[in-house]
Every structure is written in structure tokens, then in C-alpha cells.
Design a protein around this ligand. Structure first.
Ligand code: ADP
Length: 633
């Protein structure tokens, strides 16, 4: 099973990051290594090219410096004067001349020393004959340059002066007279001056001989050091030739390749050379790039050691920059990746949120649909219930109507039966009285019968008012006249009750929209009710107030009775509502009046006056017609 299959998500991401980091590190490592190798090649190559050019200059300079002296011994040796001096070398005068000559030549050429040797190697004249350490009298037969000269060749040789203890390059040429060798002319060239010039050049340069001994160098501490340990043969030769002080010859701390000769490459040198010493650990090894050139005629090798520090510094800088670039690249990639990751996460989150939302919407929609269905069911149920209710209501209304009809029938039968019974008994009585010849009494009974039938006719007239449709034209009616007519028609009743009617309010009000007779019927009913309410009063008082308001005329009728019974007040305008004795009232008067006023487009209201008594208010629409027309109505 693969690890990735069961690793948790966070863990997997962590592992992925590690993997990427490792890959990035690997690539960066390779890049940095490549840059290191490339920059090292480039910068060391640059250093090498520079070193090579400098080396060529040094080599040519050195060769030039020595070449100047190379021919001098030969020139001198061939001169007849010199040959003569060699011949007379035992004569003090000749020696003195030889000394002066060598001195002159030496001064002219600028050599270190110029001297004459006989065939035994004995120096009989020298340019430094006046000096502290004159060569005169010294025997240098052990020097190879002398031996070469004795062999007839130009001797050239580098050595540390045994007398002067100064390094020098020697040129020696044999002095011959015919075939006979008389000795040798030797010119010693100063090396230190060359060295001094090199020291100011700022380069590390050295010249080694065939044994690898450094004999000219711009670095004094390298002087007489060897490139590699001296062989037995070399030690023997140096001792024999007294070329150097053997004690000085310690090897430089060089890599083995340099022992190969004229090779070039990198080498590390400790400043103080090899071997134990108090500062052995402290001595810093310096890396050089070495370029070498062999000078065959002298069997020398000229080395230039270019310090690689600046090249190395450039390499380090380049590598540092490449590391930095890699780091920035990794960092940028990480940031971009992080950004991308976050974007992906956000998109995923948004998608999840959208899906959640959709799910919610789906659920809510389902809920709503269900609620809707539920509501529809409820509505249907309610409709059914309503229909049932309506049916019940209709049934109730029907029942109410029947009850009202029953009630009305009872009241009517009561109203009619009583007078009928009375009529019957009066009629029987009248018949009996007539039979007995009591005409007067019979006539009285008949009068009573007439009254009773009149009353019955009244009742039926009232009932007619219910039955008939509103009749008669509506038009402008003068209220004061109607009130006046009503009062006149009730004159008898009012007088009988000793009642007083007080008219108040405005004298002239506009005519109202009504039917004259019906309006009088309403007023009559209200006034009679008022009289009934004050039946037990000795001097009943009725106040009628008329006033105009806006487009209406208001008529208030107030009595001073006991007022309307509370239980009656809310239903006072309903038919058959009455508090009166059976036979005295049908409870139809107000109901009929209410309907009449409604037919006029007005209103009728009932209330109890705060100071006692009932207050009926009649409001009628004012007719907007000229008064003359109204008068004719
Ligand atoms: P009826 O006079 O035949 O009873 P109405 O419809 O005229 O029928 O009156 C209904 C009832 O209203 C009366 O029985 C009475 O109780 C009450 N009522 C009417 N007018 C007055 C009034 N002015 N004062 C007190 N009660 C009144």
C-alpha cells in the first residue's frame, strides 16, 4: 500500500512540500555548483592570462638585463691589451693596470664586479681591488663558470658570493693567446638590483635554477627555498661548487606538481616554508596560480605566482549571488504556490458554500412546497368550514326569521284577539241592550266597537308600513311646517297629558330631503314615545331643537322621562323591541321610523341625555333649492 493513500490530507500536503523543497534544494545545489565551476574557470582563467602576460614581461626583462653583460667578458678577453695583462700578471705594474682596467670597465657597465683569473682559478686583478673584501688573491677554481671558461666556453652561473656573500650571476670567458689559454675574464652581475625593481612591481615572481632553488624572487622570504627536496647529487654539486649555503636551502611548502618543472596550476605556499617552528600553525597558506617559463640557455625557470584571492572573491560573490537568486526563485515559487494553493482552497470553499446554499435552498423550497400544500389543504378545509358556517348562518337566519314571524304572529294575534274579544262582547252587549230598549247604552257600546276597530286599523296600517316599498317622491320639505303640522295633529293628546312642547334652535333652516307625510309619521312616533315615557308626570316637557350643520339639518327631541332602558338601547331600532305592556306597544314604531329616515338618506339615533330623559336625534340632508320652490312642496 502506498503511503499517500492513507496519509491524512494535512500530512500529505506537508510531505509534498518537503518533496518540493528537496527537489528545489537539489536543483539549486546543481545550479550553484555549476555557477561555482563556471565562475572559477572564468575568473582563474582571467588571472592566468594576466599572469602569463606579466610573466612574459618579467622573463624578457630578466633576459635583457643579463644579456647586456653576457658579451662583456668575451669583448674584454679578446682585447690585445687584456691578453698582454694576462701575460704579465706576475708584474705588479701589470696587475695595477689590470685592476684599474677592470675597475673602469666595471664602472662603465654597471656590473657588480669584473675580475681576471689565471688558469689555476687564482684572481690576480679585480674591480673591487680597493674594497673591503677584494677578490684579488682569491681562488675560485671550484666555480663551474671558471671550469666552463677553461673548457673554452662562455661560463654562466648563479651563486652566492663566497667572499662578498652577495648573490650574483657570473659570466666567464676564456682569455686565449693563440691556442694557449691564459685565464678567464669574469663579470659578476648584481641580482639584488633586479630584485629591488621586481619588489616594486607588486607581483610574486621567482627564478629557480635546475635544482629548484629559488635564487631571484620578489619575496625575500622565498629566497634560497627549494621547490622540492634536494637530491643527493644536487647537494653534492652545491657543496662542491660552494654555490649556496646548504643550511638555507629548505623546501617551500608547495604542491607536488610544481616539482614537475614548467607546469602551471594552483599551488598553496606557506609564507615561512616547510618544517616545524614556533609559528608553524599560525602561518597562513596562500593559494597562488603559478605560471612558469623555462629559459633554456640559462637552464632557469621563471615563475610568477598570481594570488587567487581576488579571483576567489569574485567566485564567492558570484556563488553568493547565484545562491541568492536561487533562494529568491525558491521563495517566489513558494509564494506563488502558496497563493495558488490559497486560491484553490478559496474556490473549493466557495464551491462548498454554494453547494451548501443550493442544498439549503432545495430544502427550504421543499419546506415551502410542503407548507404551501399544507396551506392549500387548510384553505380548502376552511372553505368547507366556511361553507358549512354559511349554511348554518343561513339556517340560523331562517330560524331567526321564523322566530320573528312566530313572535310577530303571537304579538299580532294578541293585539287583534283582545280588541276582537272586546268587540265581540261589546256587540253581544249592544244586541242585548237593543233588545232591552236601552238604546243609549247600546250606542255607547257601538262607539267602543268603533274605537277598537279604529285601533286595529292603526295596527294594520303600521304593518303595512313594513310591507310596502318606500313610496312617494322625496323632495325639499320645510321642516318647520312639518313640525307644526305634527304638533297640530297631536294637539288633543298633548293637551290631555298637559304636556308642553318647547321649540328651540334656528328660526329658519334650509328645507330637507324627505317625504312630508312620512316625516310627520316619524315625528309623531317620537313625540308619542316621549309622552309615554312621561305618562306619570303632571307637566311633561318636550324640547325640539332644530339646527343646520354643513349640508344637514339636525332635529333633536328630548323628553324628561326615565330615559331608555339600558337593555333596550343597543337594539332599540329592531322590530318588536318594546318595554311596554302587551296591548300598549308593538315595538314597531322606532323600527319603522328608522327605515323611513334611512329612505330619506338621513339617520336616526337614540341616546340618554346626561341630565336624564331620552334624546332622539334626526339628521336629514339639506336640500339645495330656492326657498320659493321649497314653500310649494
Ligand atoms: P312601542 O312604543 O310600541 O313600544 P316603539 O318602537 O315606539 O314601540 O318603542 C320601543 C321601545 O323603546 C319602547 O317600548 C320604550 O321602551 C322605548 N322608548 C321609546 N321612546 C322612548 C322614550 N322617549 N323614553 C323612554 N323609552 C322610550
Amino acid at each position: 500500500m502506498q503511503f499517500g493513500l492513507w496519509a491524512p490530507r494535512g500530512h500529505r500536503r506537508y510531505l509534498r512540500w518537503i518533496g518540493r523543497l528537496a527537489a528545489a534544494a537539489l536543483v539549486s545545489g546543481a545550479v550553484v555548483w555549476g555557477v561555482y565551476a563556471w565562475s572559477q574557470t572564468i575568473f582563474l582563467k582571467e588571472t592566468q592570462d594576466r599572469a602569463r602576460a606579466t610573466l612574459a614581461l618579467y622573463t624578457e626583462g630578466l633576459e635583457g638585463a643579463f644579456r647586456k653583460y653576457e658579451a662583456i667578458p668575451e669583448l674584454l678577453a679578446r682585447r690585445a691589451e687584456v691578453i698582454a695583462l694576462f701575460r704579465d700578471k706576475d708584474a705588479p705594474a701589470a696587475v695595477a693596470r689590470a685592476n684599474r682596467l677592470s675597475e673602469d670597465v666595471n664602472r662603465t657597465t654597471g656590473a657588480e664586479a669584473t675580475y681576471f683569473m689565471d688558469t689555476d682559478g687564482h684572481t690576480f686583478a679585480a674591480s673591487n681591488w680597493r674594497g673591503d673584501l677584494p677578490f684579488v688573491g682569491q681562488n675560485f677554481s671550484y666555480r663551474p663558470y671558471f671550469q666552463a671558461a677553461m673548457e673554452g666556453r662562455l661560463g654562466r652561473y648563479f651563486a652566492l658570493g663566497t667572499t662578498s656573500n652577495k648573490r650574483g650571476y657570473y659570466f666567464a670567458y676564456p682569455v686565449k693567446d693563440e691556442a694557449e689559454t691564459l685565464g678567464a675574464v669574469v663579470v659578476k652581475v648584481d641580482v639584488e638590483r633586479i630584485e629591488a625593481a621586481w619588489a616594486t612591481g607588486g607581483d610574486d615572481v621567482m627564478v629557480t635554477d635546475a635544482n629548484g632553488v629559488v635564487f631571484i624572487t620578489s619575496r625575500p622570504e622565498w629566497r634560497f627555498k627549494t621547490l622540492f627536496p634536494l637530491s643527493e647529487a644536487a647537494i653534492g654539486q652545491i657543496t662542491r661548487d660552494r654555490q649556496y649555503n646548504l643550511a638555507d636551502l629548505t623546501p617551500l611548502d608547495l604542491a607536488p606538481w610544481i616539482a614537475g618543472g614548467a607546469a602551471s596550476g594552483l599551488v598553496r605556499i606557506r609564507a615561512g616554508g616547510r618544517g616545524p617552528g614556533p609559528n608553524a600553525e599560525a602561518r597562513q597558506a596562500t593559494e597562488y596560480l603559478v605560471e612558469a617559463r623555462h629559459v633554456p640557455e640559462a637552464d632557469w625557470t621563471v615563475h610568477i605566482l598570481a594570488d587567487t584571492r581576488s579571483a576567489r572573491a569574485q567566485v564567492t560573490t558570484t556563488v553568493a549571488i547565484s545562491v541568492l537568486v536561487c533562494l529568491i526563485a525558491i521563495l517566489s515559487a513558494a509564494i506563488v504556490e502558496q497563493h495558488r494553493r490559497r486560491l484553490v482552497d478559496r474556490i473549493a470553499l466557495e464551491r462548498a458554500a454554494a453547494e451548501r446554499l443550493e442544498q439549503n435552498v432545495r430544502e427550504r423550497t421543499a419546506d415551502l412546497t410542503e407548507t404551501n400544500l399544507h396551506l392549500e389543504r387548510e384553505i380548502a378545509e376552511r372553505e368547507v368550514t366556511e361553507a358549512a358556517l354559511r349554511r348554518t348562518q343561513e339556517e340560523l337566519v331562517q330560524a331567526g326569521k321564523l322566530a320573528a314571524l312566530g313572535q310577530m304572529s303571537a304579538a299580532l294575534s294578541h293585539e287583534f284577539n283582545q280588541p276582537l274579544a272586546a268587540i265581540r262582547s261589546y256587540a253581544e252587549n249592544a244586541a242585548m241592550l237593543i233588545g232591552r230598549g236601552r238604546q243609549e247604552e247600546a250606542s255607547d257600546n257601538c262607539a267602543r266597537i268603533r274605537d277598537l276597530t279604529g285601533r286595529m286599523a292603526d295596527i294594520s296600517k303600521h304593518l303595512n308600513a313594513f310591507a310596502r316599498k318606500p313610496r312617494g317622491q322625496l323632495g325639499p320639505v320645510r321642516l318647520d311646517q312639518v313640525i307644526q303640522d305634527t304638533l297640530e295633529s297631536l294637539h288633543g293628546r298633548l293637551d290631555a297629558a298637559r304636556a308642553r312642547v318647547e321649540l328651540a334652535g334656528e328660526a329658519r333652516v334650509p328645507p330637507v330631503i324627505a317625504g312630508r307625510v312620512r316625516l310627520q309619521q316619524v315625528l309623531t312616533n317620537l313625540l308619542l314615545n316621549a309622552l309615554d315615557a312621561m305618562a306619570n308626570q303632571a307637566a311633561p316637557r318636550i324640547e325640539i331643537t332644530v339646527e343646520a350643520a354643513a349640508n344637514q339639518v339636525r332635529v333633536a327631541i328630548r323628553d324628561h322621562g326615565d330615559g331608555i332602558a339600558q337593555e333596550v338601547l343597543p337594539t332599540i331600532f329592531d322590530p318588536f323591541v318594546t318595554t311596554k305592556q302587551v296591548g300598549s306597544g308593538l315595538g314597531l314604531g322606532l323600527s319603522i321610523s328608522y327605515n323611513i329616515v334611512k329612505d330619506f338618506g338621513g339617520s336616526l339615533s337614540a341616546a340618554n341625555h346626561p341630565d336624564g330623559g331620552a334624546l332622539f336625534v334626526l339628521e336629514l340632508a339639506a336640500a339645495d333649492v330656492p326657498a320659493a320652490l321649497a314653500a310649494n312642496a
